[in-house]
Design a protein around this ligand. Structure first.
Ligand code: FAQ
Length: 311
């Protein structure tokens, strides 16, 4: 069975839920997919904060659609995780108990409207760099979920870029607001790619299994290289004095990331960790009646079908 699994992965074919897989492969997928799902769900909060205050009806409807898309991504991902034999309720309970990881990026605040532009451009931009290769992940349900997610994230990124572009070409105060938001989100976006390769315990095995196709540092570099020409079009700057083109490498060199900050955020000490979990718990409690109603409705429907069959 192991040989067949190895041959399937080597041949770039997909592992499906019905196939035998090593227990460690299954566990790695549950870990990554569930963390990813939690990130999408918690990731609704920083932008959700601006739905009632979006500066126009058009901006409000776009933002509502975007935040709903993130909820949808969470649902596809929980479904993909369930194909591996875990229960969505258990995953949710781990998140609510503060035991599950989700992306560090969503523990930062959104004090101005420009932060919504910066999230779209930088956070969705980083998400795309990371997730496009996941469309080729060896596990079928995860790879297929990623295809739709990436299409939606591309649209999200463009709407964020457009918000920033308008602000950057508006009044002096608007341009300043856009620059400050980019300054706030740039470094945390680089941290989204995970620890440097040398400190990434999961990368080597995940790449061997073709879950991950590129290392954390490779994708981070790709993102920096993408941001530099785009920030020039925006007429803004990236907050890194060490950023410079390296002709030998064919890439931009960039400054040192503050990994102490990253580890603090992972430990729960970021600016919004406590608020994010408290809000998620309340939203879950507020949704109790919906889940109860759905279960009651399903039971009634099943009873009616049973009666009809008996008759
Ligand atoms: N934050 O050995 P590695 C989005 C953890 S979705 C928190 O390198 P791996 C859309 C890592 O889990 C954003 N924890 O791990 C959106 C591991 O923990 P563990 C989420 C992090 O898995 C946009 C430990 O550190 N995207 O943005 C982070 O091989 C706008 C060691 O790290 C995904 O989840 C971090 N930044 O590589 C939504 C993509 N980085 O379990 C709303 C799928 C690392 O061993 C609004 N995931 N850790 O204790 C992946 O590609 C990978 O899981 C990585 C990490 C690259 C994130």
């Amino acid at each position: 069975m192991q040989a067949r699994f190895d041959a399937t992965v080597a041949a770039e074919q997909r592992i499906e839920p019905r196939d035998w897989m090593p227990e460690a492969y299954r566990k790695t997928l549950v870990r990554q997919i569930s963390q990813h799902a939690h990130s999408e769900i918690i990731g609704m909060q920083p932008e959700g904060n601006w739905i009632t205050r979006a500066p126009s009806l058009k901006r409000k409807s776009i933002l509502m659609a975007k935040v709903q898309d993130e909820a949808g991504h969470g649902l596809y991902l929980y479904s993909a995780a369930e194909t591996l034999g875990v229960d969505r309720q258990d995953l949710t309970e781990q998140l609510l108990a503060g035991k599950a990881k989700y992306s560090s990026i969503f523990n930062y605040p959104t004090p101005t409207w420009a932060d919504i532009g910066a999230i779209g451009w930088l956070v969705d931009g980083a998400a795309i760099c990371n997730q496009v290769p996941l469309c080729r992940a060896s596990y079928g349900p995860y790879a297929r979920a990623m295809v739709r997610v990436c299409k939606e994230e591309s649209f999200h990124q463009r709407q964020g870029f457009e918000i920033l572009y308008e602000l950057a070409h508006g009044t002096e105060a608007q341009k300043k607001m856009a620059q400050e938001a980019v300054d706030r989100w740039y470094w945390p976006s680089l941290m989204m790619f995970g620890p440097p390769d040398a400190d990434s315990p999961n990368s080597a095995q995940s790449m061997q299994w073709k879950i991950k196709r590129f290392s954390n540092d490779e994708l981070r570099q790709r993102f920096v290289d993408m941001c530099v020409p785009q920030v020039e079009v925006l007429g803004l700057t990236l907050p890194d004095p060490e950023l410079s083109w390296n002709p030998d490498r064919g890439h931009y060199d960039f400054g040192e990331i503050d990994w102490t900050e990253f580890h603090q955020v992972l430990k729960g000490n970021g600016p919004c960790n406590a608020q994010r979990i408290a809000h998620r718990r309340k939203a879950h409690q507020d949704g109790d009646w919906v889940r109860e109603a759905a279960v009651a409705h399903a039971a009634k429907k099943a009873a009616r079908t049973k009666q009809a069959v008996a008759a």
